[in-house]
Design a protein around this ligand. Sequence first.
Ligand code: FAD
Length: 320
Amino acid sequence: INKINQKLKDGQTFFSFEFFPPRTEEGVENLFERLDRMVAYGPIFCDITWGAGGSTADVTLDIATRMQNQVCVETMMHLTCTNMPVEKLESALLEVKKAGVHNILALRGDPPKGQDKFEAVEGGFSCALDLVKYIRKEFGDLFGICVAGYPEAHPDGIVDDPELMEQNYWADIAYLKQKVEAGGELIITQLFYNTDIFLKFVEDCRSVGITVPILPGIMPIMTYGGFKRMTGFCKTKVPADILEAVEAIKDNDEAVKNFGVDLGVRMCRRLLDAGVPGVHMYTLNLERSAVGILERLGLIDTARVPKPLPWRHVPTGTAR
Ligand code: FAD
């Protein structure tokens, strides 16, 4: 079975890992060393992002090919419409097809640097829906297609006026349904820190007839700066108790990391108890937080890993 949504059907609780393409060749080799270890834990799939504006197209294609064929893990490649005329999308899809990668996360992408509004490049698409339709039309059922979901609505629709916010939220869900009807078989969500918001989103999606699996995107808090940057960029609502706890330890990197693992464990437990089928970890190419959370949830057995975990051998109190 190559398609992720088919793999999910066996009903076991699962997890998956997301990575991004490193900037340097050395970074790529380090990533593969890490991937070898992390794949031994048994993620149901791993995915590799498409750099903003298509900036990493070649590296992403290369990494996806190696992940599928050398690391031998079911691989999903992200693909965005930003700066991608249809011929470029086609050649990227033909390349992954040749490489045996059968899963694509179809995205619109953010506007190119320096632009606030997304505009289709000449000969390109203006939204993820068009890309999903295109993939189905040109490649039939060859690819498993995943699409992005936003439990707090897409940042473009996040406004102060509560009435308008509610309208935008439901418009986003209606649009998500179109992406699913056009061929999206799986939804991965944007990061969030309020599990109630995610669970309500799933319920709301179900209420309009979206039946495909919805995987929560979990981004462990790893550094104070990264947490502030990402939640600011995505306009994430951070519950007051979490924000206060992080602010109180913001100058202690190790304490922030540990808090991130504790919080990740609590969030995932709540989601799994509520019937969520699995969790999608935004690893940021690091293993300690994602693996630490899964280990504490009992979803992985670190004894299965062939190489020792590096942080286990670091004297206590020393940050990696
Ligand atoms: P779309 O699904 O097209 O939607 C964007 C917004 O526009 C929504 O609010 C939607 O409701 C509205 N909209 C668009 N078209 C219509 C329409 N026809 N009718 C009504 N409403 C419409 N970015 C990267 O650059 N590379 C990545 O690898 C990447 N991976 C991501 C992975 C996940 C899981 C997520 C959640 C996001 C990822 N992003 C990535 C970010 C993403 O590209 C941005 O959030 C982007 O702004 C929107 O992409 P989308 O596919 O969700 O867009």
